[in-house]
Every structure is written in C-alpha cells, then in structure tokens.
Design a protein around this ligand. Structure first.
Ligand code: C2O
Ligand code: CU
Ligand code: CU
Length: 448
C-alpha cells in the first residue's frame, strides 16, 4: 500500500500547495479523416512518474466529436511495440470496424476503419480490446471519449460549449505503489475483485481543481476504471440532474444526490453552481473507501444558467411477439474462473447467431454464491438496448434510457430488449469489469 506516501502527501499537500493543478480537458478531434497514434508516454503525478500509453499524447486520448450522419475515417497507427485494438464502445457499426479482439493492429501497423454515424447524440468512448490484454492496455492509459451530436441535441437549451460548460470527466482509480508509481501487476485477488486503486484520477490528473463562473454545467462522466464501481456525490450534498445515460438522453431527467457507475457506464449530468464557494466531487468505492475525485471553486463571475429539461425524446426498443429470448448466467466458479453460461471466451467459438433485422429479449443473471458473491456488469457491442425489468420490477429511472452496459449485483436479474439491424458479423458481449473480461467472462455472437 502507498498509504504512508499518501499520508505524507496529504500532510505536505502538493496539490493544495500548487493551485495550478487544474482539470485537464482532452483536446477535441474532429473531421472526416482522423489520425490517432497509439504511443508510449509518461504519466506525471505528485507521487512520481510512471510509464503510460496514450492516443496522440502521454495518457488518455482526444475527445472525438462527430455528427449523426457523418462518415468518419481513421488512420490509427500502432506505435507501441505490442499488438492492440481500438474498440468504439457503444457505437452501432459494421463488425469489421468494431475493434474487438478480431481486429488486431500489429505493432508498427496502421488500421483504417471508417463508418457512418447512425445513432443519436450520446457520449461514447473508445479503448483497446485485445484478447486477454484489455485490462492492462486500458489501465496504462488507452481510453478516450467519442461524442456524437445531432440536430435534436443541438436544438436543446442545455450547455454545449466543450470544455467551458460542457465538460468531460473521465474517472479512473489507480494504484500507486510504494515507489510512487502506477503499474499493472494483478495477483489472484485482483482478478477476483478487480485491480482496485488507492487514488482517483480525473482526466489523468490527481485531485485536479476546476475554477468556474457561476452557472449551470453539464458534465459527461465516464467510469473509466478497470473494475471499480463508484458512487459519486458532491461533498456539499448538492443535488444534480441526470439527463443522459450510455446511449443518449433519458426519457425523464432524474434528480439525484448520488450516482452509481460501473466501469464503462456514462452519464451526463447538469449541475447548478449558483453561488461563490468551494465544493468537491467524492467517489465512494464499492467495497472500499471514499476518495476525493476533484474540487470546484466557483468564482463571483456570472456565467450562463439553464433550466433543467424534464425529459427528452427517446425511442425504446420494443420486444415483438416473435422476439427470441436468451438467458445468460454470469458465474464465478472458483478463483479466477469467470464464465457466462458455463463457458469462457473462445475466439474460435461463436456462441450464437442472430438473424439480421431482428429484436431479441435477453435476461442476464448474476449467480452470486457465498465467497463468489461479486458484482458483474453486462455490456453488448453494436447496440443500445432498452431495459425491461430489474429483479422483476420496472427499470429504475436511470436505466430507463438507452444503455449498452448494466450493473448486476450478486443475485440480480436484468432483462432488456435489443434490435440488431443494418450490419452483420461478429460482436462481443461481456462483463465490463476488465479483469473478469480478460479472465474469460465474454462471448461472441454473429449477426447474419
Ligand atoms: Cu468497452 Cu467490449 O467494451
Ligand atoms: Cu463495447
Ligand atoms: Cu464480472
């Protein structure tokens, strides 16, 4: 544990001493032809400097922004000395460009995916997905946001100035070793419970602060942790309004004081900072402690204020009488044996086929038992689905909109409707606790 180091840091207060630790905002990357270079870097933190990976930089990557209807093409150069992939999490796209474990980019080579954006405004993200290496590659720094806008999102009276009042927050816990460095070296229990951290980073910075004029702010929050489930709240208890989930706007906004995100999940929230003062965003870790993620310093300057919309347009996926039902049992059998329906991921096995242009209903169970009582999540590639029920009841309000990743506590059962259209090929479904995914809690389906 780096506890000694952290206590010392708290006492010396390098972050308090230097108010220059302001929140980094990932640069925007826009256009028809986008270049990403996967490169090695260094992550500098108050504790020390660690080797890292990044897209077009030292750590994390630019925020890609595109419009519904756009055709976007990429040149993705792998400049690290090992293979990886780039997966577009939450994107509806041709399987060959999905960037899953089948689309390996060998060291030194360039991958050129291109696809048309066919879905509604949303905050998606991109990250590696190499078989057995996803956790490590993401941990070392490979992740970025992918924002989609459309006519509807642009017509709404909500904050939309990127980096000004529309602010991305990529939250990641990281483990600082005794020597002040971050490295990925999981042991048995880290596979079981995930590679949990002892510090939080926001956009790659440790406890950054954000100075804001008074007004209404939109935050696009990604839980970019490997396996950490976090519950966010403001130190002041300030309520806020959740307006969007993984795949876009919610049918009804949800007023909350706390927000739980499992790895890979996104929410967009509106927060009113309507008077001068300080506040902080706290992250309570499932099965762990509470850490400060970042702080806010509201100035006396007057910025723009917005009313919080009560709800938004949303077309749910509706099951049809002919919809096929499938069941998925997420199960842990002993240390490190993670399975879905009794089997582990095999790149050479297609778990099932789905006819193109069909709607299905999937039920997922987290079979929690005794020692193996651990949460899982369930993520499906290519689609945004509609949750029909959670433990036999209607979905909670935060799960009433478009989702691609859902959290299942031990014993939970969730049911959702998905529609597969336009594209064919092989896509993944898996637990998005990355240590579990890499341990085999993944499968693949073929749309044909
Ligand atoms: Cu975010 Cu299959 O991944
Ligand atoms: Cu994905
Ligand atoms: Cu899991």
């Amino acid at each position: 544990m780096a506890l000694g180091l952290l206590v010392r840091l708290a006492a010396e207060g390098p972050s308090q001493a230097s108010p220059v630790n302001s929140l980094p905002i990932p640069p925007l990357l826009e256009g028809e032809e986008l270049d990403l270079r996967i490169q090695k870097g260094e992550l500098e933190l108050p504790f020390g400097t660690s080797d890292s990976l990044g897209y077009n930089g030292e750590y994390l990557g630019p925020t890609i922004r595109a419009e519904k209807g756009d055709l976007v093409s990429f040149r993705i150069a792998n400049e690290i000395d090992e293979p990886t992939t780039v997966h577009w999490h939450g994107m509806h796209l041709p399987a060959e460009y999905d960037g899953g474990p089948h689309q390996v980019i060998p060291a030194g080579e360039t991958w050129r995916p291109g696809f048309r954006i066919r879905q509604n405004a949303a905050t998606l993200w991109y990250h590696p997905h190499l078989m057995g290496k996803t956790a490590e590659h993401v941990y070392r720094g490979l992740a970025g946001l992918f924002i989609i806008e459309d006519d509807y999102s642009r017509s709404l009276p909500i904050p939309r100035e990127y980096g000004v009042n529309d602010i991305p927050l990529i939250l990641q816990d990281r483990r600082v070793d005794r020597d002040g460095r971050i490295r990925y070296a999981p042991r048995g229990r880290d596979v079981m419970h995930g590679y949990l951290g002892n510090i939080m980073l926001v956009n790659g910075a440790y406890e950054p602060s954000l100075e804001l004029p008074q007004g209404t702010y939109r935050f696009r929050i990604l839980n970019g942790s490997n396996s950490t489930i976090m519950r966010l709240a403001f130190e002041s208890g300030r309520p806020f309004t959740v307006i969007a989930s993984d795949g876009g706007f919610l049918p009804e906004s949800v007023r909350v004081e706390r927000l739980v995100l499992s790895p890979g999940e996104r929410y967009e929230i509106l927060v009113d900072f309507d008077r001068r003062g300080e506040d902080a965003l706290l992250s309570e870790i499932y099965g762990g402690s509470t850490m400060q993620a970042m702080s806010f310093s509201v100035t006396s300057e007057e910025g723009k204020s917005y009313a919080h919309p009560e709800g938004f347009r949303y077309d749910p996926v509706e099951p049809e009488p002919s919809s096929r039902t499938r069941n998925f049992r997420m199960e842990t059998r002993g240390m490190g044996f993670f399975s879905i329906n009794g089997s582990r991921m095999d790149l050479n096995r297609i778990d099932f086929e789905i006819p193109k242009n069909s709607t299905e209903v999937w039920t997922v169970d987290n079979i929690g038992m005794g020692m193996m009582n651990i949460p899982h999540s369930f993520h499906v590639h290519d689609v945004q689905f509609t949750v029909l029920s959670l433990n036999g009841s209607p979905p909670p309000p935060l799960y009433a909109g478009p989702k691609d990743t859902v959290l299942l506590y031990p014993g939970d059962r969730i049911e959702f409707a998905l529609r597969f259209e336009e594209y064919t090929g092989i896509y993944m479904y898996h637990c998005h606790l990355l240590e579990h995914e890499d341990a085999g809690m993944m499968g693949q389906f073929m749309v044909k």
